[in-house]
Design a protein around this ligand. Structure first.
Ligand code: AMP
Length: 278
């Protein structure tokens, strides 16, 4: 497994692969890897001959009062896990390598990134889109794999690729959970044992909504009100509970196939997100 610390080294590697007629997939991550990330890597291996995983805690997608400094990091362990998956290259630049000190351009999406998490994290998706487009350009990837855990992120990235004609194929990967249903997240390490139990409320509320839907209850307003009520009992604060179209993120009145039920809530000092795609 090649470890690329510079943009130039990754670009050269990818150019050599392409010259040899090989396709390249990229899996962007912020590291502190878990089975969710590794499932993306396995899917990427099915989609292209070569797989690059980026491990980069991107400073520009964190707000001033968010957890950039505390975000968990363990590069050695991450690299060992990726090596065991047969990854061809890992891209792990410093923020200084990634961004010029005098960079003045960033990418803003003006609709999908304003709702849901975007309403609470105003600069988040501009940071995500800018770094993701840079990763596409540096890696020259043919395919990029993103998890449905971050359903809004996936929708915003698909929109960028569509609207800017970015020559990359976006693949969405299923959300991976712990046995008890908690969505895997690097941020789960912030949870105390008691908070981890309370965090189960997110997926339990979504599960209940899905069961109601299967039983024929399709009123979106009632479904989200019920989810919100269940979350309010277990969590310090509910940022949102919504039923939206998974592609446009526009609210729906009636639940149906392709409806995304999505939540964000605070458990202790940790902000968690989860979703079910009906
Ligand atoms: P992160 O390191 O949190 O930025 O996530 C990197 C990628 O892994 C993103 O595409 C996430 O959607 C994906 N991911 C994170 N957690 C999960 C999960 N539990 N299941 C599936 N994909 C995930």
């Amino acid at each position: 497994m090649k470890i690329c610390r510079t943009k130039k080294s990754l670009s050269s590697l990818s150019a050599a692969w392409h010259r040899a007629g090989e396709t390249v997939a990229i899996v962007p991550t912020m590291g502190f890897l878990h089975e969710g990330h590794l499932s993306l890597v396995r899917l990427a291996r099915k989609k292209a001959r070569r797989v690059v995983v980026s491990v980069f805690v991107n400073p520009t997608q964190f707000g001033p009062n968010e957890d950039f400094a505390q975000y968990p990091r363990d590069e050695k362990r991450d690299f060992a896990l990726l090596r065991a998956e047969g990854v061809d290259a890992v891209f792990a630049p410093t923020p200084e390598e990634m961004y010029g000190a005098d960079a003045t351009v960033s990418l803003v999406e003006s609709k999908l990134s304003k709702v849901m998490c975007g309403a609470f994290r105003p600069i988040h998706f501009a940071g995500v889109l800018t770094v993701v487009l840079k990763l596409f350009n540096v890696s020259r990837a043919d395919v990029a794999v993103f998890g449905r855990k971050d359903a809004q992120q996936l929708a915003v990235i698909r929109r960028m690729v569509r609207d800017l004609d970015v020559p990359v194929k976006i693949v969405g990967a299923p959300l991976v959970r712990e046995k008890d249903g908690l969505a895997l997240s690097s941020r789960n390490t912030y949870l105390s044992a008691a908070d981890r139990v309370r965090a189960l409320a997110l997926h339990e509320a979504l599960d209940a909504a899905q069961a109601d839907f299967r039983a024929g209850k399709t009123d979106a307003g009632r479904a989200t009100a019920k989810i919100e009520k269940a979350l309010a009992k277990a969590c310090e604060k509910v940022d949102y509970a919504v039923a939206v179209d998974a592609d446009t993120l526009e609210p729906v009145r009636t639940l149906g196939r392709g409806t995304l039920l999505a939540v964000a809530a605070w458990v202790g000092k940790t902000r968690l997100i989860d979703n079910h795609l009906l």
